[in-house]
Design a protein. Structure first.
Length: 407
């Protein structure tokens, strides 16, 4: 895109009301403990509209962010260095105002996935020490030359899943749009911090905190599948014997994995590599535990309630026609089905379950000289990102950002 972003100002936004001392510590849950120390970047893009000429997005975002942090008080705190809990000390959320040397249309017409992280804050903190990842939320308001804006939000995996973060953003947008103050927020929108009660944490010595930089050479790309292409693929992977039609996620997961294996095999053949060693894929899909709890979790529950459903399949089962006949799409469905209420109950008692067995099998394969490739799939198709209206209309586009940024 050849676009530069320059930080004009950096402020710290604190809750509009101080957090009571009796809730000064937010305990992490079992799922929080095992979550990676990453920031997930989300970007909402808004073109300038004639009806919003007199709106000041900077003031609106800062005021409403301060108000909502009163209710989502852990987000204004800091993760302690040992990853045991969050200090709810109102240190605040970084708010970056940045100028972009381009028009928004340049991004919308030709987005380069690898570069979209420049619109989000905190991403470079992966390379820092000491206080890296202790901040849980960062906001960046990007001002384009045409008057359009992009709101970049960096959110920590350590405290909440995408569903919880999305509920926070929706409520924040509502407060910004309606001018709602902290005291006016309806009770139904107040978050319930219950994750540590439902999934009690383990002693910290048992948990290995993940703080890994992404490997160099990682490529991020955007592939667009229209509805006709998706339906054609669903028909191709249809389980004719059991008359089961795969979902869109099952279908695209199978297709993308088969294309990856085809490209990898071709590259190895061109390189005239040694006889191929055993290669196995571990396929992980994120699964929402809200409806799988007994009773189901309330919508306003905030925390990490996503886990992985896993299955393993040899590379030979997804090469060429085998990707159609191996029934991979149905294996993915079966893995998700196994994450039922009984599974959740065992998880609450601290049992590691099926993923532990997959990990043991992976280690066994690698010990005998084989290769295990992890394929992680997350679907964001039902998160209503295009409904986020802070007061200047709904976004014209939404994207995630790269893991690395410049501010």
């Amino acid at each position: 895109m050849n676009i530069e972003v320059e930080a004009i100002s950096v402020e710290i936004i604190k809750p509009s009301s101080p957090t009571p001392k009796n809730i000064g510590h937010y305990k992490l849950s079992l799922i929080d403990q095992s979550a990676p120390l990453f920031y997930d970047p989300l970007v909402f893009y808004y073109t300038k509209k004639s009806t919003t000429t007199n709106i000041n997005p900077t003031n609106i975002l800062k005021r409403s962010l301060s108000a909502i942090l009163t209710h989502y008080y852990p987000l204004a705190g800091r993760l302690n260095k040992h990853g045991e809990f969050i200090h709810c000390n109102d240190e605040g959320v970084p708010f970056v105002k940045a100028q972009v040397n381009a028009r928004l249309s340049q991004v919308l017409s030709n987005p380069v996935a690898q570069e979209l992280g420049i619109f989000c804050p905190l991403l470079t903190r992966h390379h820092e020490s000491d206080d890296a990842h202790q901040i849980l939320l960062g906001v960046q308001l990007n001002m384009f030359e045409c008057g359009g804006i992009a709101v970049g939000i960096s959110i920590s995996d350590k405290i909440a899943d995408a569903l919880s973060w999305m509920r926070f953003i929706k409520t924040w947008a509502m407060m910004a749009r309606d001018g709602t103050t902290a005291t006016m927020l309806p009770k139904s929108l107040h978050p319930e911090f219950v994750s540590a009660d439902l999934f009690p944490p383990r002693p910290q010595s048992v948990i290995e905190i993940k703080n890994e930089d992404l490997k160099e050479g990682i490529m991020t790309k955007i592939f667009v599948f229209n509805s006709f292409a998706i339906e054609a693929l669903r028909a191709m992977y249809w389980d004719k014997e059991n008359k089961i039609r795969p979902s869109r996620v099952e279908t695209l997961s199978t297709f993308m994995l088969s294309r990856f294996e085809a490209a990898l095999s071709e590259a190895k053949a061109k390189a005239k590599a040694k006889p191929e060693k055993e290669r196995v894929y571990t396929i992980l899909h994120t699964v929402n535990l809200h409806p799988r709890m007994n009773p189901p979790l309330a919508e306003n529950s905030f925390g990490n309630f996503l886990v992985y459903a896993g299955t393993q399949i040899p590379a030979s089962s997804i090469k060429g026609e085998a990707s159609i006949t191996s029934g991979l799409a149905m294996k993915i469905r079966e893995a998700v089905k196994r994450l039922n209420k009984e599974y959740v109950s065992k998880l609450q008692m601290g049992e590691e379950g099926e993923l532990s067995m997959i990990q043991q099998n992976s280690e066994s394969i690698e010990k005998r000289g084989g290769e295990v490739i992890e394929f992680l799939v997350t679907s964001l198709s039902r998160f209503h990102f295009y409904e986020i209206d802070f007061g200047w209309g709904k976004p014209d586009w939404f994207s995630t950002g790269g893991r690395h940024g410049h501010i």
